[in-house]
Design a protein around this ligand. Structure first.
Ligand code: BGC
Length: 428
């Protein structure tokens, strides 16, 4: 089956993970701390800030027609209320270059990192963040909106609650061995073991950098009030963007597992799905699309979440290789959310590109079946264009369609890049 005309086949990145030297952000500050939970600092990352033309050319050359990337709030507004025109010009140039290459730019305004000043003000549990984010979104739309048709306000707006759930499980298990297992249950690079070891030192270091021992960065355990605040920020930004650029389609993205129940696990699986997705439905009303981000499934038994089945193939991230999860999630989301869906992330961390190729074929067949059944999936963006900085796990996780030798910043496209391109309509 062929995907319909206009279907986006793209790849995704996030500013902090690829650009390099994002020095005004909360993550940068955390990476420099003596007792940091990060395996290594992001440093110059993939130097994508300077090499974006080469990277977008490779993407377009393989036939891909969309590039999802994020603009960095901490670059655009390094101090509260002081916007940096030079950085806006940079992102204007990236968007222009995408268009020249026949690539649709899909821009995310917030992908985990925040300006340091925002976190010092109380971060993602502080009421003032709603207005701060709205203001940044409005400014960015005014400056960049002419070149854009799709904007994601916040990446994985539900991540804080997922982390809160893990923290709770973790406290219950309260054993070092459990930390290792917990890492494989969240779709983002976290080092729980290291975080536990470092906790007492981190509190003092946080206090000196952020003015509080427990900074509320975006990827901190969220309270229910903080969870609602993130979605109020999304809606405030959405309305601001629409007021300035009514042609832009605005949505939010969510991290969603394929929550499967084994006998007796129906209640736990249902509750997990409600928490990850269904309780947000009122907040999503009026959005133009929903960004779906999926990497694997999670299994539930009578006692709650279970590890991957015995003998299952695991990715570098310790979660199960299970590309069918995407189709299941798309179908399930569609039951409750009738609007357009955009797969904004889906991928696999592996050193064996043949496994990525297999993953891609199986995930995309699922997307094709969904489209064939009339589910309005409008595009698929693979995570990631480049091997990049996987947050606390550093550079060891290789999610990229393109390998990067960080010593020389040489790009080495993998076979999977061409395989993904072969699904795009303009591929001859
Ligand atoms: C995030 C990405 C991350 C990816 C792989 C998603 O949670 O949006 O930033 O690199 O998963 O873990």
């Amino acid at each position: 089956m062929k995907l319909p005309e206009g279907f986006f086949i793209g790849a995704a990145t996030a500013a902090h993970q690829v650009e390099g030297n994002n020095i005004h952000s909360d993550y940068w500050a955390q990476e420099q701390m003596p007792h940091s939970s990060f395996a290594e600092p992001s440093g110059s990352a993939c130097d994508h800030y300077n090499r974006y033309e080469e990277d977008i050319r490779l993407l377009a050359g393989a036939g891909l027609n969309a590039y999802r990337f994020s603009v960095e709030w901490a670059r655009i507004e390094p101090e509260e209320g002081r916007f940096n025109e030079k950085e806006i010009d940079h992102y204007c140039a990236v968007i222009r270059f995408c268009r020249e290459q026949g690539v649709e730019p899909i821009v995310t305004l917030h992908h985990f990192t925040s300006p340091l000043w925002l976190i010092r003000k109380g971060g993602w549990e502080a009421e003032s963040t709603v207005e701060d984010f709205r203001h940044y979104a409005e400014y960015t739309a005014e400056k960049l909106g002419n070149g854009l048709r799709y904007v994601c306000t916040i990446n994985e707006a539900n991540m804080g609650l997922q982390l809160a759930a893990i923290a709770k499980r973790f406290r219950l298990m309260a054993r070092q061995a459990a930390a290792k297992q917990a890492e494989g249950t969240v779709q983002v690079g976290m080092n729980f073991e290291k975080m536990m070891e470092n906790m007492k030192f981190a509190a003092a270091e946080n206090a000196s950098v952020f003015g509080t021992p427990q900074p509320q960065i975006f990827v901190s355990s969220r309270t229910p009030e903080g969870d609602a605040l993130v979605f109020r920020a999304h809606r405030a930004a959405r309305d601001a963007i629409r007021a300035v650029c009514p042609w832009i389609r605005v949505g939010v993205t969510l991290s969603m597992h394929d929550c499967q129940a084994l006998p007796g696990g129906e209640r736990a699986a249902g509750a997990a799905w409600d928490e990850e997705f269904r309780h947000y439905l009122p907040w999503l009303e009026g959005d133009d699309f929903l960004g779906v981000q999926n990497y694997t499934r999670t299994l539930y038994g009578p006692e709650g979440q279970l590890p991957a089945p015995e003998g299952a193939e695991l990715t570098q991230m310790e979660y199960e290789f299970y590309p069918e999860a995407l189709e299941h999630v798309l179908r399930r989301v569609h039951e409750d959310f009738p609007g357009d869906l955009l797969v904004t992330e889906n991928g696999i961390a592996t050193s064996d590109d043949r496994r990525r190729v297999e993953f891609l074929h199986r995930a995309l067949s699922g997307v094709e079946r969904c489209v064939g059944d009339g589910i309005p999936v409008r595009g698929y963006c693979h995570w990631s264009l480049l091997d990049n900085f996987e947050w606390q796990k550093g550079y060891a996780m290789t999610f990229g369609l393109i390998a990067v030798d960080r010593a020389t910043q040489t790009r080495m496209p993998k076979e999977s890049l061409n395989v993904l391109g072969s699904y795009a309509e303009n591929k001859k």
